[in-house]
Design a protein around this ligand. Structure first.
Ligand code: GLC
Length: 561
């Protein structure tokens, strides 16, 4: 351990705010690489692919949960916060991973899941074995109902009531699956315990945390519980919702920040909140709290110039004026929770991704070329924005959403809890294809836990790595330029006037990004002489191809940007 920490601090850049402009690559461990051939990705699998990630040019990896878990929600149901799921490896494997990542200059961020535990966590077992009103039950949210009726109308995000009844007729709250009981953050023992979990992983050399459902920890549990008027709708702007985004939650993160600052450099953290980006969202990113908050508005936006522009404006002004520090923005196009953007962006305006998924991708049949085009244009635009970008494993291969997964193989609790009316998130969690052939395209030596489509042979790393025209080569080039161009790290952002089909912005006076949202070529301004750095589609004279993005330099030598 000591050796590892020394290495961490000696070979790592001492830049403390590295995360403000980092490109972070999300790894969903069960679907990334399977080293032991059991069909499930694992930590040694991740370690074996670190050269690939270094070569891709990302700055950090974010590991989705790898903790012991009954997998009721893909690992977001944790039964032990201070260990590794034996199916994924051991704590020693984790240490090797961190050490190997740091040796390559890659930072390591891990997920922490504080809103709920697994129902197999020892605390929950103790709660079930204890009496109503006991200290064991007080770590969770147990209440009496009225006969058959639960205490409130609170709904689970995965469908159905957020209450489950136990043998003695009390009910416990679960905002997600019934196997994910919510913790009571009014309980001092819960608060203290999580501080020790932060230190446990901080001492193992990690660089930061992604905080799961960060805005729901503190609920209004005083007196009789109130019904929930706003589930998944717009949250009130005054923190008055009983479940989400309450003022009290910030106190928790101020205490976490003190722990983060015990490390040198301080640990970073990013909040996951699904509330609409508003003045309250950026409060989580204040310097004495988490520092960064996910802004999912780009990911929620359809392929539309005006919506992209509004989203970017809201995010940039929100971060600057509310969180009180510039450059802490986050941009996301894909994750393990939403259909992959190479498919999603091809859906016609107004078509819901849920309905499309439920039809097995048949209604409507989408134009996958259009998806690839828009996805690479959106990515290139995202990588030119100030702040940090979060990539999701496989997007660099242009992987599509696997909408045709057989229903009997679906694992997401959303599928089961919605009574088969929502297909859920398995389609973006299908294991990665590394080679053109093999039982799981090089993911492992056996079949993968979710079936990969046959067309992924051509999307595999092996099929793309030596092809200069592939999506993988495009991502590598974009990331390399992003590293090399100081304008993209610190240049002032400014919108420029443009044709109505285009979005044009500059970073410092000499870098220009032009996005064409139209399905036809559109001319753009040359700013008195520019040179193309990189483009996601052809540029003919001063016409940018349909649904494409181009990066331009106004200097002949890019280094001086
Ligand atoms: C977050 C995770 C999601 C999980 C949920 C419950 O939204 O990203 O995958 O299902 O929290 O932990």
């Amino acid at each position: 351990m000591t050796e590892m920490l020394l290495e961490h601090h000696s070979t790592h850049e001492a830049k403390t705010d590295w995360w403000k402009d980092a490109v972070v690559y999300q790894i969903y461990p069960r679907s990334f690489a399977d080293a032991n051939g059991d069909g499930l990705g694992d930590l040694p699998g991740v370690t074996s692919k670190l050269d690939y990630l270094q070569d891709l040019g990302v700055d950090a990896i974010w590991m989705s949960p790898f903790y012991p878990s009954p997998l009721a929600d893909g690992g977001y149901d944790v039964s032990d916060y201070c260990d590794v799921d034996p199916r994924l490896g051991t704590l020693d494997d984790f240490e090797v991973l961190v050490k190997s990542a740091h040796r390559r200059g890659l930072k390591v961020i891990i997920d922490i899941v504080p809103n709920h535990t697994s129902n197999e966590h020892p605390w929950f077992r103790e709660a079930l074995a204890s009496l109503p009103g006991s200290a064991e039950r007080d770590r969770y949210i147990f209440r009496d109902g009225t006969g058959e009726r639960p205490p409130t109308d609170w709904q689970s995000h995965f469908g159905g009531s957020a209450w489950e009844q136990v043998g003695d007729e009390q009910w416990y709250c679960h905002l997600f699956d019934k196997a994910q009981p919510d913790l009571n953050w009014g309980n001092e023992e819960v608060r203290e315990y999580f501080l020790s979990v932060l230190r446990f992983w901080g001492d193992r050399g990690i660089d930061g945390f992604r905080v799961d459902v960060a805005h729901s920890l503190v609920k209004d549990l005083s007196g009789p519980l109130r019904d929930q008027p706003n589930l998944d709708g717009a949250l009130p702007l005054d923190g008055s919702d009983p479940l989400y985004d309450r003022d009290g939650v910030h106190e928790v993160y101020r205490s976490w920040r003190k722990v983060f600052n015990e490390y040198d450099p301080p640990l970073m953290a990013v909040a996951e909140t699904w509330s609409p980006a508003n003045s309250r969202t950026f409060l989580y990113a204040r310097p004495d709290e988490l520092g960064q908050v996910f802004d999912f508005s780009l990911l929620k936006s359809s392929w539309s110039r005006n919506s992209y522009r509004d989203t970017i404006d809201t995010s940039l002004t929100g971060q600057q004026s509310i969180a009180g520090h510039a450059g802490g923005n986050t941009w996301v196009l894909s994750s393990h929770d939403v259909p992959r953007h190479a498919s999603r962006l091809a859906l016609p305006a107004g078509v819901s991704a849920d309905g499309w998924l439920l039809s097995g991708g048949l209604h409507p049949v989408i134009d996958q070329d259009c998806g690839q085009r828009r996805a690479s244009a959106a990515t290139l635009m995202m990588l030119a924005l100030p702040g940090s970008a979060y990539l999701y494993q496989g997007e660099e291969l242009g992987l599509r959403e696997v909408s045709e997964l057989p229903r009997e193989t679906l694992q997401d609790p959303v599928w089961h809890r919605s009574g088969g009316t929502l297909k859920g998130r398995d389609g973006c969690r299908v294991p990665l294809p590394w080679t053109k052939s093999g039982p799981s395209f090089g993911f492992g030596s056996s079949h993968a836990w979710l079936q990969q489509p046959a067309d992924w042979a051509d999307r595999s790393v092996q099929a793309q790595e030596n092809n200069p025209d592939s999506m993988l080569s495009f991502y590598k080039l974009a990331l390399q330029h992003r590293r090399d161009l100081s304008a993209l790290r610190s240049g002032e952002f400014e919108w420029q006037n443009s044709a109505p089909e285009l979005l044009v912005f500059t970073r410092s006076p000499r870098f220009v990004c032009v996005v064409n949202f139209a399905p036809y070529p559109v001319p753009f301004e040359d700013f008195g002489g520019s040179r193309i750095i990189l483009s996601s589609g052809p540029v003919d004279g001063l016409y940018l191809a349909p649904e494409s993005t181009v990066w331009l330099s106004l200097d002949s030598a890019s280094e001086t940007l």
